[in-house]
Write a protein that binds this ligand. Structure first.
Ligand code: 6PG
Length: 246
C-alpha cells in the first residue's frame, strides 16, 4: 500500500492525473489497451479536468472507460457521475464513444442493468469465463462514513459478491449501481482520491487504526484489498492531517 500526501487539492489532481497517465502507458505497452473505472462524487472532477487539459497524456483511442458506481438518475441529471465525467473529461478527449461504458442507472430494471454491466465488463476485458475481469485502474473516493463507490455501511454485505456489479438501496443515499469488492479487488491498480479536512477522521481510522482496530465498525473502503494489484491512497494535506507522522 502506498500513501502519498500532496499539499492541496490542486496538487492532488496533478498527482492523480500523472498516475492515470502512467497506468495507461503501462497497460497499453503490456496489453495494447487501458481499462479504467472512474470515481464519482466531487473530488475526482479536478483530476478529470487535468487529464482533459492534456489529452495527449493518455492514448484515449485505446482506452475503455467504466464507472465505479452510478446514481439512479438520467445521464444528464446534475447528480449523474456519468454527466460529471462527460463534462470534465470525456467530451474533451478522443475516446471512441463505444469505449465509454455507462451504467444505465435511469432504467427501472436495475437487476438486469447490473447483470448486463457485468457481462460488458467480462466481454471487454476478455474474461467471459470464471476469471474475474481485471481493470487496469480503478479510481475511488471515500465518504466520511467510510463508503466507497456505492458500498455504504448499511448495505456493505451486498458488495461482497460473487456478483461484480450490484444494485443497492441505501437508506441514506437511495438506489445505486456499484462495482463490488470482487471487481475492485481484481484491479491491477486502485487509487483512492481523498481531499479535505472532513475526511481526516475516516482516513486516520482506516490507515492508523487503534490497538483494538479503532473500535469503529470496518468501513467499506477499508475492505478494498487488491488481490494482486497496487493500492494507493492519494491524500491532500487536510485529509492526511489526522495521521501521526511516524
Ligand atoms: C458517488 C461516489 C462516492 C464518492 C464519495 C466521496 O457516487 O458519490 O462514488 O463513493 O466517491 O461519496 O465523494 P466526494 O469526492 O464528493 O467527497
Amino acid at each position: 500500500m502506498i500513501v502519498e500526501v500532496t499539499d492541496d487539492p490542486t496538487a492532488l489532481a496533478e498527482a492523480a492525473a500523472a498516475r492515470v497517465a502512467r497506468c495507461a502507458a503501462d497497460a497499453i505497452r503490456a496489453r495494447g489497451r487501458f481499462t479504467l473505472a472512474l470515481a464519482g462524487g466531487g473530488t475526482p472532477r479536478a483530476t478529470y479536468q487535468r487529464l482533459a487539459a492534456r489529452p495527449d497524456s493518455v492514448d484515449w483511442t485505446r482506452t475503455h472507460v467504466f464507472f465505479g458506481d452510478e446514481r439512479c438518475v438520467p445521464p444528464d441529471h446534475p447528480d449523474s457521475n456519468y454527466r460529471m465525467a462527460r463534462e470534465a473529461l470525456l467530451d474533451h478527449v478522443p475516446i471512441p464513444p463505444v469505449h465509454i461504458h455507462r451504467m444505465e442507472g435511469e432504467r427501472d430494471d436495475l437487476g438486469v442493468v447490473a447483470r448486463e454491466y457485468e457481462a460488458t465488463l467480462r466481454r471487454i476485458l476478455d474474461a467471459e469465463g470464471e476469471a474475474v475481469p481485471r481493470l487496469d485502474l480503478v479510481l475511488l473516493g471515500i465518504g466520511d462514513d467510510g463508503h466507497t463507490a456505492s458500498l455504504f455501511p448499511d448495505v456493505v454485505q451486498l458488495g461482497r459478491g460473487p456478483e461484480l456489479v450490484a444494485r443497492i438501496l441505501s437508506k441514506a443515499k437511495g438506489a445505486r449501481l456499484t462495482l463490488t469488492f470482487p471487481a475492485l479487488d481484481a484491479a491491477r491498480n486502485v487509487v483512492f482520491l481523498v481531499a479535505g479536512d472532513g475526511k481526516k477522521e475516516v482516513i486516520r481510522t482506516i490507515l492508523q487504526p487503534g490497538p483494538d482496530g479503532g473500535g469503529a465498525p470496518p468501513f467499506p473502503a477499508a475492505e478494498v484489498r487488491p488481490t494482486d494489484g497496487e493500492l494507493v491512497w492519494l491524500l491532500d494535506r487536510a485529509a492526511a492531517s489526522g495521521l501521526r507522522a511516524d
